[in-house]
Design a protein around this ligand. Structure first.
Ligand code: GTP
Ligand code: ZN
Length: 187
């Protein structure tokens, strides 16, 4: 993998004071948001980009709330958010908006992906393994409700899963139900 790594820089935020470091592969620029000390077994959140949820406050998904939970948790306990540029479970923003249009017509989040010729989840996690290896991290506590993410991280030992609590709203109730029933999320 041809990966460029930036320097580390300070990033004070409303959640706490972090450092950030960028890992670029081609046109995908991934980000690590870190709070030190990391401790013996760092807390890690692997977060996939959701422009609509993370920055626009969309109520259609739980991404923004999960990111806030993770940043608050890591500000308190140390650890890192690995922010992967895998928008729309890696189908990209344009396709996600088309998937949302299909959802407006009654398809669920998985059916909409299938209608567009994608699998339910097109993400991969090699970059996470590269980043953890870069920092010499072999064991982590993973902040997630997604068992597939745990299975996908083969080169690192996950000694604990820390659940993320989200409060459903009328717009994401069905989405959360599909994640639980069809994608096996531990909600
Ligand atoms: N294709 C598609 N992507 C979506 C949709 N809603 C959210 N996403 C994307 O899904 C990703 C977040 O995935 P989730 O399955 O919600 O959560 P997760 O990160 O896999 O699991 P957790 O670790 O428990 O948060 C982000 O990349 C979002 O852009 C949708 O309806 N369709
Ligand atoms: Zn989202």
């Amino acid at each position: 993998m041809d990966i460029k790594v930036s320097e580390k820089a300070n990033l004070p935020t409303k959640y706490g004071d972090f450092t950030i470091q960028c890992f670029a592969q081609g046109c995908k620029e991934h980000l690590v948001i870190m709070k030190e000390p990391l401790g013996d077994v760092p807390v890690v959140r692997v977060h996939s980009e959701c422009l609509t949820g993370d920055t626009l406050g969309s109520k259609k998904c739980d991404c923004g709330e999960q990111l806030e939970f993770a940043l608050n948790y890591i500000a308190k306990h140390g650890g890192m958010v690995i922010y992967l540029r895998q928008e729309g479970r890696n189908i990209g923003l344009l396709n996600k908006v088309n998937a949302y249009a299909l959802q407006d017509r009654g398809y669920d989040t998985i059916e909409a992906n299938h209608q567009l010729g994608f699998s339910a989840d097109e993400r991969t996690y090699e970059m996470v393994e590269f980043i953890l290896d870069f920092y010499g991290i072999k064991k982590i506590k993973l902040l997630t409700n997604n068992p597939k993410k745990i299975e996908s991280l083969k080169d690192v030992e996950i000694i604990e899963r820390i659940p993320i609590k989200v409060t459903p709203n009328p717009h994401n109730e069905k989405y959360l139900q599909i994640k639980k029933e069809k994608m096996g999320h531990l909600l």
